[in-house]
Design a protein around this ligand. Sequence first.
Ligand SMILES: Cc1cc2nc3c(=O)[nH]c(=O)nc-3n(C[C@H](O)[C@H](O)[C@H](O)COP(=O)(O)OP(=O)(O)OC[C@H]3O[C@@H](n4cnc5c(N)ncnc54)[C@H](O)[C@@H]3O)c2cc1C
Ligand code: SF4
Length: 330
Amino acid sequence: MKPFGYYRAASTSEALKLAGAAPDGTGRLLAGGTDLIPLLKDRVVEADRLVDIKRIGDVDRIVTVSEQGAVIGALATLADVAGDVRLDVYARMLGQAARSAATPQIRAMATVGGNLLQRPRCWYFRNDAFHCWLEGGEDCPARTGQNQLHAIFPGGDGTPCCAVQPSDLAPCLVALEAELVLRTANGDERVVAAEAFFRLPTDERRTETVLRNELLTAVRLPPLPTGTRTAYAKAASRKTWSFALASIAARLEIHDGRIDDARLVLGGVAGVPWRARAAEAILRGDTPSDALFVRAARRALADAQPLAHNRYKVPLARGLLERTLRDLCA
Ligand SMILES: Cc1cc2nc3c(=O)[nH]c(=O)nc-3n(C[C@H](O)[C@H](O)[C@H](O)COP(=O)(O)OP(=O)(O)OC[C@H]3O[C@@H](n4cnc5c(N)ncnc54)[C@H](O)[C@@H]3O)c2cc1C
Ligand code: SF4
């Protein structure tokens, strides 16, 4: 591992200035370090300067819940989210997702900001023997190689990358219409809808989000209409310490036995949290029934284009969605 300088910032502005002033341009923000440090050790990313943001005064670890919705500070840990009963009352899916992630030890260190900004779990990306397209190389070895864990929905915008978005929280934030607050070194703020924050990498931007030289300070969640029910379900190869092979963040608004609104977001199947819009449209305005759930789940996966080794994800995600809808309406 290459030697690096360690700095502890006191504010957002100082953190971004310190990181931006790294001599060879490889200053990096360090939160819990559970993703960044392994990437440095494996020589996947380089840093000559790490700027610790865990103690900056103007970004919270705090979660607030009120009639106006909820705000989760970017420095809140997954354990904070997993253990907050107020968030369970606001939207059950958040705690379910946080509790399903990693292990108790990692959840105690891992921040919400870092979870949303963690890099893909693609074998080729994390192996310094390869220099794949996402790392600035020419092509994507996963397309024709080991793609068991990769996307079943094709990348748009001509991206060759077929790695999946690994965060368990990300599909929930899209389902809940969250907004992410991003701050620059001079204090300017921009607020980006979660759905617009996660973007497939492009030739010009080989990253998985639209974050620029900014620090993510908070996640804002709007109040949910009465009658809203939410759930997060995850299929993984182990019960713990395992990323989603497929997951579903489902949000239904039910009044008088009718589904008035639906938002279904799949995880583990695409490079971004994958909105199943056509399936949402099938549910909207109809009465919950097994037949309806089967139809919606079939539609959600109808356009999947699996790679050579990940066909199993299609029935897996379909079954998970069907079961989650049934549980939500039980
Ligand atoms: C064994 C293992 C199992 C795991 N299983 C799961 C799982 O099942 N589900 C899941 O969702 N995740 C899982 N993870 C990933 C884990 O949740 C992330 O590693 C963690 O959330 C990252 O948070 P961190 O605070 O440690 O980020 P760091 O490692 O410190 O940072 C990660 C990246 O985010 C950037 N960053 C961090 N905070 C900010 C901010 N506020 N503003 C701007 N940039 C920022 C850093 O610069 C860095 O690029 C697992 C990780 C491990 C090691
Ligand atoms: S899927 Fe993406 S991260 Fe993996 S090898 Fe291909 S370009 Fe690289």
